[in-house]
Design a protein around this ligand. Structure first.
Ligand code: DGL
Length: 273
């Protein structure tokens, strides 16, 4: 069998599976290797230094499995680790490999969508504290103002399967109201899990506010990236294989994995040393 060169995808747990699901819809031909760090999830409440160390380990693992291109399909990892990995780690250790994230694609989409230059971001505490969304926006479109809101209850809400319960609405309203007061016209769902709340969020913000949900955006941008980078694309194998790894294999992973990916998955357990 030809040696597989898959696109690597990493997330702190399940969330990135919904990004992978959208990527696979747009680019089904490639091989994919997914790693969820379920033993150490969530990342959203951890320090930036720790998220960087965890993310580096995950990237090392996927590189060791012959991935030359890894997507950090996790906002918190993208926020805390991507820049440092791209600027310091790769040039020193892996000059031919590439790591991309989910924040820049979401920002590029928001830049196109906003008419009044006021963009809201819902994200984990870690992502908000890192200020990565406003900082990266400033580099790309300094006129656009970014208003952030940490929404720590939303990841557990989605994972508990409680998005349709009466408890969900007041929680969402509480997070979204301060952003509406800022007169935003675009709202980035800046966490892997929030795409699952799109309908509920739409109901609260109404039709006038454009929602940026990362899964479909990342899929489209990855397609464009591969077109622009034939030196990376030509190294990828096209066997439609999907391999799943997790650092904690529980029944919960299998159940929620199927919810996030859309079909049943058969993950293998790995341990970081
Ligand atoms: N995947 C994380 C993110 O997108 C959410 C879950 C966590 O906090 O680890 O920020």
């Amino acid at each position: 069998m030809a040696r597989v060169k898959a696109i690597g995808m990493f997330d702190s747990g399940f969330g990135g599976l919904s990004v992978l699901r959208e990527v696979v819809k747009v680019l089904p031909q490639y091989d994919y290797m997914y790693l969820g760090d379920n033993a150490r999830t969530p990342y959203g409440t951890r320090s930036s230094d720790l998220v960087y160390e965890f993310t580096k380990q995950a990237v090392d693992f996927l590189f060791s499995r012959r991935c030359d291109l890894v997507i950090l399909a996790c906002n918190t990892a993208s926020a805390d680790a991507l820049r440092k990995i791209q600027q310091e780690y790769l040039p020193k250790k892996y000059p031919r490999k590439r790591v991309l994230g989910v924040i820049v694609p979401a920002l590029e989409e928001a830049i196109e969508a906003t008419k009044n230059n006021r963009v809201g971001v819902l994200a984990t505490e870690g992502t908000v504290v890192s200020k990565t969304f406003p900082r990266e926006m400033k580099l790309r479109a300094p006129k656009i103002r970014v208003f952030q809101q940490a929404a720590p209850l939303l990841v557990p809400l989605v994972e508990a399967g409680e998005r349709k319960t009466p408890a969900a609405k007041p929680i969402l309203e509480n997070y979204i109201r301060p952003l509406l007061k800022k007169n935003i016209d675009t709202l980035i769902l800046g966490c892997t899990h929030y795409g699952h709340l799109e309908k509920e969020i739409k109901r609260i913000v109404g039709k006038k506010i454009r929602l940026v949900s990362e899964g479909p955006v990342v899929a489209r941008k990855l397609n464009l990236y591969l077109e622009r980078h034939p030196e990376i694309e030509s190294r990828l194998t096209r066997g439609k294989r999907r391999t799943f790894y997790t650092t904690d294999l529980s029944e919960r992973f299998k159940r929620l994995g199927a919810v996030f990916f859309g079909t049943a998955i058969r993950p293998q357990k790995i341990t970081f040393r």
